[in-house]
Design a protein. Structure first.
Length: 121
């Protein structure tokens, strides 16, 4: 048996359209809030490595390096003139990346340790 356009079927269709429109609006609002939310990313330092590397971020993102190793490390990025303090275990250092580009960095205490931040936007 086929349904016809009775008032009940029309009401169900209208309700379904309203629900779908509401869900779409909620998804858009969530997206707008996510764009406006503060941006941050974390690079872990452990076993003489940076992870993740490369790290791709948007302009305006703050990157936080966290030393999870049992010896000190320090961040140095020549391209930005960026230099951190020596970080002991569980210490951290943060920098906000506002301009697009590719930024190679290293541990100034262990130059074989290298990483890269890619700022796309």
């Amino acid at each position: 048996m086929f349904e016809t356009d009775t008032p009940t079927v029309q009401g169900r269709r209208a309700l379904l359209r309203a629900c779908l429109a509401g869900a779409a609006m909620a998804a858009i609002a969530t997206t707008v809030r996510a764009v406006d939310a503060p941006k941050d990313a974390t690079v872990k330092i452990d076993n003489f490595t940076f992870a993740p590397t490369p790290l791709t971020i948007a302009p305006g993102t703050t990157v936080k390096w966290v030393n999870e190793d049992d010896i000190p490390h320090a961040i140095y990025c020549q391209g930005l003139g960026l230099r951190s303090h020596p970080m002991d275990t569980n210490d951290s250092f943060s920098h906000r990346f506002d301009q697009a580009g590719v930024f190679d960095y290293m541990c100034s205490l262990h130059p074989q340790m290298r990483g890269r931040i890619v700022v796309q936007g």
